[in-house]
Design a protein. Structure first.
Length: 149
């Protein structure tokens, strides 16, 4: 999921991501089993009763405010020091390709969601947020392009 675009919602280093299921298994929240994969065996994790209860409690807690980690903002805000609007504009506009990639991943995920009808409305709401986030960034880049022209 991380490779397929989940980092749009939750940015985490892959090393942390792969360590977490093992940690959760040690705590008794998940159980691991080995299944055949396409090229090698893969580990599949299943929530235990303890894990389901912990997830239920976590999901029903109020969420923290969204964090915005956007390197482009840091670059833009340094514009007065850099004093090169044309160069800064061109650098920031390179994000359009990454946004196109992210939009393609979101569309792929939307199509895969059809295979999970029991999760349909939750996934649809999540994909809608992703689409809106990508569009907001595209709109922001259009404004950056106009303002720094």
């Amino acid at each position: 999921m991380h490779r397929r675009g989940a980092q749009l919602y939750y940015a985490v280093a892959p090393s942390k991501l792969y360590a977490e299921p093992k940690r959760l298994e040690e705590l008794g929240y998940v159980r691991a089993r080995i299944e055949p994969g396409k090229t090698r065996p893969r580990t599949v994790y299943t929530l235990t009763k303890k894990g389901v209860e912990a997830l239920r409690l976590y999901a029903l807690e109020p969420p923290a405010a969204p964090r915005i980690q956007n390197e482009a903002v840091v670059k833009l805000i340094s514009g007065d020091v850099v004093s090169d609007d044309a160069g800064l504009r061109e650098t920031l506009l390179t994000l359009r390709g990454a946004l196109d990639d992210q939009a393609a991943k979101l569309e792929e995920a939307r199509l895969r969601a059809e295979e999970l009808p029991h999760r349909g409305r939750y996934l649809a709401l999540t994909h809608d947020l992703g689409r809106r986030l990508v569009q907001a960034q595209r709109d922001w880049l259009d404004e950056v392009e106009r303002e720094l022209a």
